[in-house]
Ligand binder design. Structure first.
Ligand SMILES: *Cc1c(COP(=O)(O)O)cnc(C)c1O
Length: 369
């Protein structure tokens, strides 16, 4: 937990472990737990986080693309890895790294079958993804006959799970819609099992699903944001701990006279004497322009300091008038105060976007493992 001397994303493994146990505690003991590792483990460090989660005993991992799964295999992950959005271009690589594809359309099913045949596979594990209302990826209910007909004529692949994804699990106003999604998924999984003559395991819930619809946990849940410390609800956020803390330092302090301006386009104009501090991070590090113009605060020696003027590529300026600070002092961009959720909300976005946007230029450090 040393003081930052450059822009650093501090990754707290103690917080990760706490969040995992909190979420696990909401589930039946024999429900499997899939840890979602896509987008560098929500902007942190997929390989280190996955190794920690593997040591904690999770059952499954998921990534969005094959490339992310290959990186986890190279890092020593032996548990099954579900690829949520595999592209046919990468099917051979996916198989050679023992990754498990989500099969979500007739076309993708046929293409995967072709690749599995070419590589002489038998019973290669695949997961069928059904669209129950999100309308993003997934087979329609009316595709079931097509799927089971295709599967009966071959032994290259085997369905090991059926799954779907909720559209609004965090939104209490959408409870009726979510319950309809659950019912639809129930019916689809039942029909598939009957037609196949065996029972693939089932999974539906993401983090907010675990928190709000635990009755629909089936055989496994898939959690991302909760592991990283955010639960899409202020009460839940209090119980979780942020895994990623973004810190930086003050590079330079300026005294600004009345009528002077700060930054590109002279976007911040002062009426009185102000003190500003320049920080070594900008939109190239994931702090977009929408956080400028006094919308968003960071913490300097425990006090709130607002980002002023336009965010630059490599720098931001903050107003530190009245705050005791000097060049070289540490600045907390987000973490505990403000939380990533609070920081993101100042620009009408969500913790997911802020966290996954922290660029690879930012140094990562690790504590608590
Ligand atoms: C990203 C993703 C998740 C994880 O969602 P969280 O809200 O971060 O828990 C689960 N399932 C699917 C299909 C996803 O794409």
């Amino acid at each position: 937990m040393g003081k930052a001397t450059e822009t650093t994303l501090e990754i707290d493994f103690g917080a990760l472990e706490h969040n995992y146990h909190f979420l696990r505690g909401k589930l039946k003991p024999d429900t499997k737990f899939l840890a979602v590792m896509k987008a560098f483990a929500y902007g942190s460090d997929a390989e280190r986080i996955a190794l920690k989660m593997q040591a904690l005993g999770v059952d499954y991992f998921a990534v969005a693309y094959s490339k992310e799964g290959i990186a986890l295999r190279k890092a020593g992950i032996q548990k099954p890895i579900l690829v949520l959005h595999p592209l046919p271009l990468h099917f051979e690589e996916l198989i050679s790294h023992c990754l498990e594809p989500s099969i979500y359309s007739r076309k993708v099913l046929l293409q995967f079958l072709k690749t599995a045949k070419k590589l002489a596979q038998t019973n290669y594990p695949v997961h069928l993804k059904f669209n129950t209302g999100l309308n993003r990826l997934g087979f329609a209910e009316k595709d079931i006959d097509f799927i089971t007909e295709e599967l009966k004529q071959q032994d290259e692949i085997k369905v090991i799970s059926n799954f779907s994804h909720l559209a609004a699990s965090e939104d209490a106003n959408e409870k009726d819609f979510t319950l309809r999604q659950i019912k639809r998924f129930d019916r689809i999984a039942e029909t598939i099992a009957l037609q196949l003559g065996y029972r693939p395991f089932r999974h539906l819930l993401n983090t907010s699903g675990i928190l709000n619809y635990a009755e629909a946990q089936y055989d496994m849940v898939r959690s991302g944001i909760g592991l990283y410390g955010y639960g899409n609800h202020p009460e839940i956020d209090k119980r979780l701990k942020p895994v990623a803390i973004l810190k930086t330092v003050i590079s330079q302090i300026h005294e600004i006279a009345p009528g002077d301006t700060v930054g590109y386009n002279r976007a911040f104009i002062t009426k009185d004497y102000r003190m500003t501090a320049t920080l070594p991070l900008g939109h190239a590090d994931g702090i977009g322009r929408q956080y400028g113009q006094g919308n968003t605060f960071v913490t300097v020696n425990g006090e709130m300091a607002f980002i002023v003027g336009n965010v630059c590529m490599d720098m931001i300026m903050i107003d530190v008038t009245g705050i005791a600070c000097k060049e070289g002092d540490e600045v907390i961009v987000f973490g505990h105060h403000p939380s990533a959720e609070t920081f993101a909300a100042t620009a009408n976005t969500i913790s997911y976007e802020l966290l996954t946007g922290i660029s690879q230029r930012v140094n990562r450090t690790f504590i608590g493992y």
